[in-house]
Write a protein that binds this ligand. Sequence first.
Ligand SMILES: [Zn+2]
Ligand SMILES: [Zn+2]
Ligand SMILES: [Zn+2]
Ligand SMILES: [Zn+2]
Length: 384
Amino acid sequence: MRVFNAIMLTITAVCIILTAFLFEVQDTATDEELLASVIVLEQKNSKIDIEENIDIDVEENIKIDSTNNEDSAENTEKIEEDKSEKIPEFFCIHKTVDIKNVSPTCTTVGEEKVICIDCEEILYEKNLEKIPHQYVTKTIASTCTKAGETYDVCEDCGEKTNIKTLNPKSHITKEITVKNSTCTTNGEIQTRCTLCNLVFNSKIIPAKNHNWTVYSKTNATPLENGLKLYKCTNKNCTVKKEEKTAFTPVGTTNLYIPSISFNKEVVLADCNQSNTDKYDICCDLDLLKGDNPVFFGHNTRSFSQLHKIKVGDIIYFTVNGKTSVYKVTISEKATVVNGGTEIRGFSSGVDLLYNDIDNAIRFFTCYYDIFSTANRWMIIAEKI
Ligand SMILES: [Zn+2]
Ligand SMILES: [Zn+2]
Ligand SMILES: [Zn+2]
Ligand SMILES: [Zn+2]
């Protein structure tokens, strides 16, 4: 539609110009000038219509053309001027502004600025000087490994000034047991700083070795080994050990009475005072019968403890490596009867030498009680 209008407008213009040409031939313009004017006008009108607005006042153009046809080139310029005047020239009243304030710090300057948002013109501008640093004094305390310092520092930007170094502290040394010794391993004592742990010296604590004590003991007999059980009494040590003990007979003819710790060799002889051995004992294997040995001892020597033997105690008698075991059946105070030839038990009335008990051994000692010379002590133990 716009194109159609343009064509129509052009045709109309041409007709008018031609009419004017026919009726006003007296005009001063030459034919060539007129023709050029028409061409320009054609081009111009066509351009205006197409590119700008179909509402351009055709009458006005016609009027312009008809009244200024004396100079077609000038007309064309006027048309151009008319068109530019229709676009209003921009004039900013700075209605909307942006205030850009940047506060100064101790390291950067600040500024105040007002800018028009529409035209970007800077309406107001002022630079602000840096503000002073805000110093506070800080102290880093010295340690024994590092010198401390004091300084002033700006709380805002961290700038330090007035830095002074402080003297380092002294080490505080102490002996510390870093490892206790045990019975089998060494320990260690270090001299070190209690503040920084720097070690100045190290000493070995030697291992203590076990401190053994017997907590259970079974004596060896001529028939069985004994057993000693040991434990270590050192703190935190629970080690135990055991030790077997063998019976050691004294000589080949041996008398062993565990209850009074008696373990001695005895001499086999006629049992009278002149035949006592170095332990003040004599043994007559067949004072009465060959299988009923009799022992005699003086009170003040080896048999002085005879009265401590109790009924039920065990006695081992070894002759030429052969051991027999006896159990005590009589242990009592006795007295001498029949002019000193017999010894009779006070309680049992048993005659030590002549009472007929088979497979028994007999003991007696005189002066068991040193304040009563008439007293004896006698024991009979039967073979088991
Ligand atoms: Zn503006
Ligand atoms: Zn600062
Ligand atoms: Zn230290
Ligand atoms: Zn131990």
